[in-house]
Design a protein around this ligand. Structure first.
Ligand code: SRM
Ligand code: SF4
Length: 563
């Protein structure tokens, strides 16, 4: 007897290509919420229904419905935003959302706190700004991310273009989005078509990222499909293909786990689309549609076998992948400050703590970026480390840009400690319905304590990757942190240690379900030993492995890709 399909598969089938009864729910004035089934469909349109968890208990006592609102996520291929778009997005944050813009770990924007009747005008305004929210969430190919490396060379620009084309061309084709949000005419006669996805889309979310070595700022091995651009003598030769990365896990369930993508070969640029489509199509057909916990590509690979998956891909493609080419990653962080591009234009990377653009005290970051957008003639690039690059600045414009940056307190990157420079935190409370512990709101409390500890050992400048997640889903890619906290419950975390600095080795559990005091107590002697015993240029994670503070091998990618 075959296993029954998950409930979501039924909802997708019945949805008529993602329509459901969303239009009716949006019109219903009695509640600020929408039905459970439509909630599932709404994700494909780029939005999640949430409620303010800080207010949940109080409202329950008062017998009020939870404080419902909606999170909206844009699909911004490779994280590129024009100044004109920035100004629109900023206005929407102030008019319809909670007065903040949130840069995500997949180089796009989220708005939080949009009430139901403002969802449609917000989406329409995003569309009018030539962007979309379609397929920013849901069981589809998500926004394709790519190394936020503006114009280092022609070959870099070309690799970037491929990522953008993948994002655009792998988008769903349904007209439902236009009908629901943009007052498009309902479809009569010919049915919608989804040539790649079919009526039930994919078994689960599917993430693609393209990295341009030596930067692994997108964490290419955390992607379902990771592409590593191979540039030789200034020419883009093609891409190494890595499949089956993913971070999500469930506490206490060993059948779920983070996994790094496996490199399965090399393709030329001309073969890229067909290859991406083949990976997606085999996952579409082979992925687990009964148990969503096991539906990501990583489980399909581990269940059916990597070799069998590759063979099926190649059978459908009609050609074999070439052997992987040599590559080397240096690090997976961002390079702060000004950098000159190959064409003599300049790029300024600013650090935005947890990606949250807001005006708080002297940190007038939302206003600062708005002022920059008013005068900047290049574009902005969001990074997967939740930062922003003011890209493509003429040499004689630098002073004006720098003045705005300083005036709004955006110049912290100049003085930040090594660990602060490399800290990521997911959203978590109060909006994320899955959060078990604080993350974004905890980071500003935790960092000074860690900095004090590091300073004691003379390590304030040591670049250490710190990643916080409010639950094991791993939205800040915590399993790739040299130090990571993964939420267990209020004020309690798993402390994980020992990933590398290139995104090529997963970390390991060091202390389970501990509070802040225990975390600091566990780290202090390790910092001390690191200060005293490290070899020149040895990174914290590598050091921990060498001294045996963490043991055993987790799934690991060789430091140097082999030809
Ligand atoms: Fe995530 C679910 C936020 C990147 C793995 N993620 C969620 C939701 C939508 C919670 C929910 O399902 O109700 C969170 C909304 C919180 C809020 O209030 O905004 C959420 N994820 C985020 C963001 C905003 C975190 C951030 O601080 O920037 C990131 C948005 C990315 C984007 O622009 O598309 C974000 N999420 C990630 C990443 C990192 C990445 O992709 O590089 C991961 C790990 C990689 C992966 O997918 O394996 C990630 N998010 C998850 C998972 C676990 C998936 C799994 O396979 O188990 C969930 C839960 C789920 O899908 O059921 C999840
Ligand atoms: Fe929410 Fe967990 Fe993702 Fe953090 S890691 S945003 S708590 S789902």
């Amino acid at each position: 007897m075959s296993t029954p399909l998950s409930d979501l598969e039924r909802i997708k089938v019945d949805s008529r290509f993602l329509r459901g009864t969303l239009i009716d729910d949006l019109r219903d004035p009695v509640t600020n919420a929408i039905s459970e089934d439509n909630n599932k469909l709404l994700k494909f349109h780029g939005s999640y229904q949430q409620d303010d968890r800080d207010l949940r208990e109080e409202r329950r006592k008062q017998k009020l419905e939870p404080a419902y609102s909606f999170m909206l996520r844009a699909r911004l291929p490779s994280g590129v935003v024009t100044p004109a778009q920035w100004l629109v997005f900023d206005r929407l944050a102030c008019e319809y959302a909670n007065g903040t813009l949130r840069i995500t770990t997949r180089q796009t924007f989220q708005w939080h706190g949009i009430i139901k009747r403002k969802l449609k005008p917000t989406i329409a305004a995003i569309h009018a700004a030539l962007a979309t929210t379609l397929a920013a969430c849901g069981d589809v190919v998500r926004n394709v991310v790519s190394t936020a490396n503006p114009v280092e060379s022609q070959a870099h620009a070309l690799a970037y273009e491929w990522a953008t084309r993948l994002s655009v061309e792998l988008s769903p084709q349904t007209r439902a989005y236009h009908e629901i949000w943009l007052d498009g005419e309902p479809l009569v006669g010919a049915p919608d078509e989804e040539p790649l996805y079919g009526a039930t889309y994919l078994p689960r979310k599917f993430k693609i990222g393209l990295a341009i070595p030596p930067l692994n700022d997108i964490d290419v091995f955390a992607q379902d499909l990771g592409l590593i651009a191979i540039i030789e003598q200034g020419t883009l030769r093609g891409f190494n293909v890595a499949i089956g990365g993913g971070m999500g896990a469930t506490h206490g369930d060993p059948t779920t786990y983070p996994r790094l993508a496996s490199v399965i070969g090399f393709v030329t640029p001309e073969q890229l689309f067909a290859t991406a489509e083949a990976v997606i199509a085999v996952q579409r057909d082979w992925g687990n549609r009964s148990e969503r916990k096991h539906a990501r590509l990583k489980y399909t690979l581990d269940h059916r076998g990597l070799d069998a998956f590759k063979a099926e891909m190649e059978r459908r493609l009609g050609f074999a992948l070439q052997p992987e080419r040599a590559y080397r990653f240096d690090h997976n962080g961002d390079r702060y400050g000004w950098i000159e591009g190959a064409n003599g234009r300049w790029h300024l990377t600013l650090q935005i703590e947890s990606g949250r653009l807001a005006d708080v005290g002297a940190r007038r970051w939302l206003s600062g970026l708005r002022e920059l957008a008013k005068v900047h003639t290049g574009d902005f690039r969001l990074t997967c480390n939740q930062n922003v690059i003011v890209a493509d600045v003429a040499a004689d414009e630098r002073a004006r840009i720098a003045a705005i940056v300083t005036e709004h307190g955006l110049d912290g990157y100049r003085v930040h400690s090594g660990i602060r420079h490399h800290a990521l935190a997911c959203v978590a409370l109060p909006t994320c319905g899955l959060a078990m512990a604080e993350s974004e709101r905890y980071l500003p409390e935790l960092l000074p304590k860690l900095e004090t500890l590091l300073q004691t050992h003379g390590l304030l400048d040591a670049p250490i990757l710190l990643r916080l997640s409010g639950c094991p889903n791993g939205c800040s890619r915590p399993y790739l942190g040299e130090i990571a906290l993964v939420g267990r419950g209020p004020g309690r975390y798993d402390l994980r240690l020992g990933a590398d600095f290139r995104g090529q080795r997963l970390n390991q559990l060091y202390r389970e379900n501990v509070d802040e005091a225990a975390i600091l107590e566990a780290l202090s002697p390790l910092f001390w030993r690191y200060a005293v015993e490290r070899t020149p240029d040895e990174r914290f994670g590598d050091f921990l492995l060498r001294i045996g503070a963490i043991t055993g091998e987790s799934h690991r990618i060789p430091v140097e890709g082999t030809a």
